[in-house]
Design a protein around this ligand. Structure first.
Ligand SMILES: C[S@@+](CC[C@H](N)C(=O)[O-])C[C@H]1O[C@@H](n2cnc3c(N)ncnc32)[C@H](O)[C@@H]1O
Length: 248
């Protein structure tokens, strides 16, 4: 049996990309069997990489992850897809703080046929950036991004895209019960604010994913979140993708 590889070449914070790339290619040539994943600062060998064989998931990724960077995040997207699918068995709605261009949420919507469900997907973001903000700017932040992101979900009336600062905006628009919560704000204070308001609304068994939890760049988030969860008797599982996982 042939085992697939996924070599994306997307790595962050590398000193010399050429030297790194050469060394990586040389090393991976020495791997006896397939099952190699290389991308998003994650390298594995001899792994099943089962998500690559999930045709519905991969079709959604091919359709909606349109840049090399987005395609490089496929393992993270696969974790989100799994958690969202688990959410179908739980009471409540789906929430993502924050959605940026909506790429991950759009993959999930296709994957679980979200338009056919009796659930809502609440997506939040600032969509614009000014230098006074504690999170970093992203390339597509602009006055137009809110409208573009709304347009991306125009065929799904049960998806609500809201512009505003988390946690404040959650006082105006947020579900009472949550079946799946995805937090990706790159900002410790905003994440704690979101947890303060939303964690209690999660249904038993619902999954929380903290996209930045395991990344050194966002260590402040882990520092703030570990005691927050410890106080409530939970411990975050740090995944090799850099995500943090909690089961309510
Ligand atoms: C890494 S991006 C999210 C990517 C998205 N989750 C995905 O997977 O496609 C982080 C986003 O957080 C947003 N953000 C940061 N602080 C925020 C806040 N306090 N309220 C709302 N959005 C915020 C930024 O505007 C940025 O678009």
């Amino acid at each position: 049996m042939e085992f697939p590889n996924y070599l994306s070449g997307v790595f962050f914070a590398i000193k010399d990309e050429q030297v790194f790339g050469q060394g990586m290619r040389q090393a991976l040539q020495q791997v006896r069997h397939g099952g190699i994943f290389a991308g998003d600062n994650l390298v594995t060998m001899s792994k099943n990489l089962g998500f690559l064989q999930d045709e519905k998931f991969m079709a959604a990724v091919r359709k909606h992850a349109t840049s090399d960077t987005e395609r490089g995040l496929v393992w993270r997207q696969a974790v989100v897809a799994w958690a969202a699918r688990e959410g179908l068995r739980r009471e409540g709605d789906f929430v993502e703080c924050a959605c940026y261009k909506g790429t991950t949420a759009r993959i999930i919507c296709d994957y679980v046929d979200f338009g056919t469900l009796d659930k809502r997907y609440y997506l939040y973001d600032l969509f614009e950036h000014d230098p006074a903000m504690p999170h970093h700017a992203m390339t597509e932040h602009s006055k137009e991004l809110f409208g573009k992101t709304q347009a991306r979900f125009a065929d799904l009336p049960n998806v609500t895209v809201t512009q505003g600062a988390v946690p404040d905006v959650l006082h105006d628009v947020a579900p009472e019960k949550i079946a799946f919560l995805h937090i990706d704000l790159n900002n410790a204070a905003a994440e704690i604010g979101a947890l303060d308001l939303l964690f209690d609304r999660m249904s038993p068994g619902a999954i929380l994913l903290l996209d930045d939890y395991g990344w050194i760049f966002y260590h402040e988030q882990k520092k703030a979140e570990d005691p927050w969860f410890a106080k409530r008797g939970y411990q975050v599982l740090e995944l090799p993708t850099g995500q943090g996982l909690v089961i309510k």
